[in-house]
Design a protein around this ligand. Structure first.
Ligand SMILES: [Zn+2]
Length: 122
């Protein structure tokens, strides 16, 4: 390896899965989305009390993180958080998710507390 490059274990895992198990990962992600219930606001919720977790290739994570990263080909590291634009933690609609930093995620929560969700922006 030349120069300084560092990928944390999360990034490495996504890199391997996307490169070698992409097909399987994508069908798993689509199956999770299809099994969800669509709400009036367009969210797709999992039939679980909290954010559903998914286990794949020896790793466990929230389903929304798995779905977002696999469907968008994103190698997310530990500092990358998948944000809910709809502020619904149970939502796994890929269109309601986006990548951000931990700081932005906190800002989202403050914005939501102050303004609520503007579904016109989704
Ligand atoms: Zn949503």
């Amino acid at each position: 390896m030349t120069g300084f490059s560092y990928a944390d274990a999360s990034q490495q895992w996504f890199a391997v899965v996307l490169a070698d198990h992409g097909e399987e990962a994508r069908s798993r992600a689509f199956a999770l989305v299809e099994a969800g219930d669509t709400t009036e606001s367009g969210c797709i919720e999992t039939p679980t009390q909290d954010a559903r977790r998914v286990r794949f290739m020896g790793r466990q994570m929230p389903a929304y993180r798995f779905i977002f990263c696999i469907l968008n080909g994103v190698e997310a590291g530990y500092d990358d958080v998948v944000r809910h634009r709809c502020n619904n933690k149970r939502c796994i609609n890929p269109l309601h998710l986006e990548l951000g930093s931990r700081g932005e995620n906190l800002q989202d929560e403050r914005d939501f507390a102050a303004n609520g969700v503007d579904f016109g922006l989704l």
